[in-house]
Write a protein that binds this ligand. Sequence first.
Ligand SMILES: Cc1ncc(COP(=O)(O)O)c(C=O)c1O
Length: 428
Amino acid sequence: MPGEGPPLIPEYHDSGDPNRYGIRVPFVRPALPAAETIARMAAEVIQSGRLTKGPYCERLEAAVARRLGVRHAVAVSSCTVGLMLVYRALDLAAGSCRSRRGSGDPCEVAAFDALSRFGVAKTASRSEPLGEVIIPSFTFLAAPAAIVWNNLRPVFVDAEPDTTNVSVAAVRAAITPRTVAIAACHNFGNPCDIAALEALTQEYNLPLVVDAAHGFGASLHGRPVGAGGTVEVFSLSPTKLLVAGEGGIVATDCDCLAHFVRMGREYGNDGSYDALFPGVNGRMPEMSAAIALEGLSLLDDISADRNRLARAYRDELGDLPGIGFTQTMPGAVSSYKDFSITVDPTRFGMTRDGLRRVLAAQGIETRAYYNPPCHRQTAFEHFHDRSKPLPVTEMLSARSLALPIGAHVDAAVVREVCDVIANAKQAV
Ligand SMILES: Cc1ncc(COP(=O)(O)O)c(C=O)c1O
């Protein structure tokens, strides 16, 4: 039977020993600054005695804000924590921007209108339904988790088949008086339609929260993604193009939002030791900030390399019936945080999972992002209205297959992976 073979490689495992599962071609390897550079910075940080809240964090924030063209880049311990703090801070910022209305602060002009429904809808009454955040289901589970952690309700909507990003039409159709925010994501580093989403959120006075976890290395009309919507939140975990070890960046033009995210990463403490709201320890350690700061200078080259690899994959696989590719919008450059194809089981003659097994048997590690989609995950399925099917999400979940990409992949590896796929097709 085609596709039979060893069990699927577990989705989440300690990849410290890539041979544990007989992996020859790992799914990902982080591209990092030279080991000697990291060692020098580590020695400097240790000698300084400032392991957290130090100069590297400040320098990283300033460099990222410059690169993205935003007023604030707040370094946090992860993208998940960044998103959690953003939904909490949006509520606080709504009140703050409201009270500062008319003060001439440049942030309030943009922020007040966008935030005007957030706090009101969320805090109107405990007995009222939870404020709703419209979010694609075809995204990573951290995004709805951040919403639910803030006692908000995720309303899952469908994706566009070509880009895999959220369908703007589906978002529009899901807006109700309970909607307090719209969430989007640059899936796999492929920029989502920020202009259309901004037009929609402005029309309805709603904040737009962009999960830019995969965003470093992507650009839109020649500018790095990150300045869109009310706020964009990046991840700097080891599978990303810009790596801190673990870390995140909250990028926004809203002074109030940035203020409350900064406070939130410090337990909700503004320095007076009187917590204004229950925050977390969401700080980025100095060592992580130093690695990311150094990594910034490599980012454009890393993105160019990944784009070259993506082109090579397309060239090799382009003629195979049943293999589909993600489209980018005009003017958009993906970071290719992931190179994800779709496998049409009828035309290819084998399911995505069957092809995964064939690749695994050759020691080639892949991922099935995002399967299951968020609206079918245990933590979130009860939020989903089953009378509203998400056919594109279901299709993408069943068919998407992310192939190895990164510093450890070269043209020869691409050819090898593609040969295995082509041979699998021929064998059916
Ligand atoms: C789309 C997306 N959002 C959020 C996250 C969470 O990022 P972090 O691991 O930095 O919390 C990830 C992690 O990979 C992700 O892929």
